[in-house]
Ligand binder design. Structure first.
Ligand SMILES: [Zn+2]
Length: 394
């Protein structure tokens, strides 16, 4: 039997002095193999640790061809090295992971639901259960006994057993990694659960601190159940509280009325948008009427705060009212501008050619067909020049 690595012997070890036994490169990334390690390689749903080796950052740890490879962000050190573990991240993983053992055990004992997968995400953790549906009241029925087991401070221990011993022990699941040979590692929550696992765990259910179920999601062949445990739960609650405080201030309601308050504000915004659209229609009609009534064959207008849609609406109306007119409209200011060029039915002009020339003068681009040409421009500083060009057209 090979001696297990330090992360397995003592998952609370944060520093280790050891030797580099191999250095290599995989897909352009340097890695080292150590005589012993406190850095857990990805496995069993628990993500790989982060840390440092000889002052060089470790950004991933994986087991490849029987070796634990530590992937580095810098040149690999050699000889005797000090290994450091990103402890805050690891302890969070141990809380979520041990929480999963507890959640899985209680879900199985209370409801007969089997856990088929475990994921530990950046925000939430989840397990997949082989049940088609979980009712909200069942979540409450599940959460309470979990809290009781946390309060019971049940010891969490790990040990290796021989295949013979394994065969006679009441182990919850018997699945082993493909090609597994020799000793089997068991993790036990005293008096509650015994299962195979190669991960890292806290020492007692009390160190999980608390576990909160956060809802479910249907999936093919089962249900995904989200949860958070430990320090993550406190951080999540803190973030929610802070966000709520900010929202309370913005909306001016209590927590309880927040959703209704936001909903009412959104209704107000919708009403306001409807009014704006109606006013724009009215304004557009009035502006188009004034432009159409003027004496000049070429009419023009500019609105700093309007958009292309506004220009199009007015242009369309002007040439409808005055089919003998050509209309050149612009909107915007600074480096965000738009223009529309349109000609009535009685005007003889190659509008697309004229539109392209205007776009060129204004340093923009556009397109059109028939009697309308529109474009976006980078600057309106040469607007007068464009107008001059259009006035000179026959
Ligand atoms: Zn485990």
């Amino acid at each position: 039997m090979t001696e297990p690595f330090a992360y397995e012997r003592d998952p609370f070890l944060r520093y280790l002095e050891t030797d580099v036994v191999n250095v290599g490169v995989e897909r352009g990334q340097a890695f080292v193999v150590l005589a012993d390690t406190i850095l857990y390689p990805e496995g069993g749903g628990q993500p790989a640790d982060r840390g440092g080796i000889g002052g060089v950052r470790v950004e991933d740890v994986r087991t490849v061809e029987g070796q634990v490879r530590h992937y580095l962000t810098g040149p690999p050190p050699t000889g005797r090295v000090r290994v450091e573990l990103d402890w805050a991240r690891r302890f969070d993983h141990m809380q979520q992971h041990t929480g999963q053992h507890l959640l899985t055990a209680v879900a199985e004992q209370r409801f007969g639901w089997h856990t088929t997968a475990f994921h530990l995400g950046d925000q939430l953790a989840d397990i997949e259960l082989d049940t088609a549906q979980i009712a909200p009241e069942q979540l409450a029925e599940l959460e309470e006994p979990i809290a009781a087991e946390v309060r019971a401070c049940r010891p969490v221990t790990a040990r290796r057993v021989s295949p013979e011993e394994f065969a006679v022990l009441p182990v919850r699941t018997r699945g082993l990694p493909e090609g597994h040979a020799g000793d089997i590692r068991l993790v036990e929550i005293g008096g509650l659960d015994l299962n195979t696992c190669g991960g890292t765990h806290v020492r007692s259910t009390a160190e999980i601190e608390a576990l909160k179920l956060l809802g479910t999601e249907g999936m093919r062949g089962g249900t995904r159940l989200f949860y958070v445990a430990g320090g993550r739960l406190r951080r999540l609650l803190g973030a929610h509280h802070e966000r709520n405080a900010r929202l309370r201030q913005l909306v001016g309601t209590s927590d309880e009325e927040l959703a209704a308050g936001v909903s009412a504000k959104l209704e107000q915004v919708k009403d306001a948008q409807r009014s704006i659209r109606a006013l724009e229609e009215e304004l557009g009609g009035a502006v188009a009427g004034a432009l159409a009534a003027g004496p000049d064959r070429l009419v023009d207008g500019h609105w700093p705060g309007r958009d292309l849609a506004f220009l199009q609406r007015i242009a369309k109306e002007v040439v409808r009212l005055a089919p003998d007119k050509c209309v050149f409209l612009t909107a915007g200011e600074g480096e965000q501008g738009a223009f529309v060029l349109s000609a009535g039915e009685q005007v003889q002009v190659d509008l697309v050619a004229a539109g392209r020339k205007v776009a060129e003068i204004l340093g923009g681009r556009g397109g059109g067909a028939g009697r309308v040409f529109q474009g976006k421009v980078a600057t309106l500083s040469r607007r007068d020049e464009a107008l001059g060009y259009l006035s000179a057209l026959p």
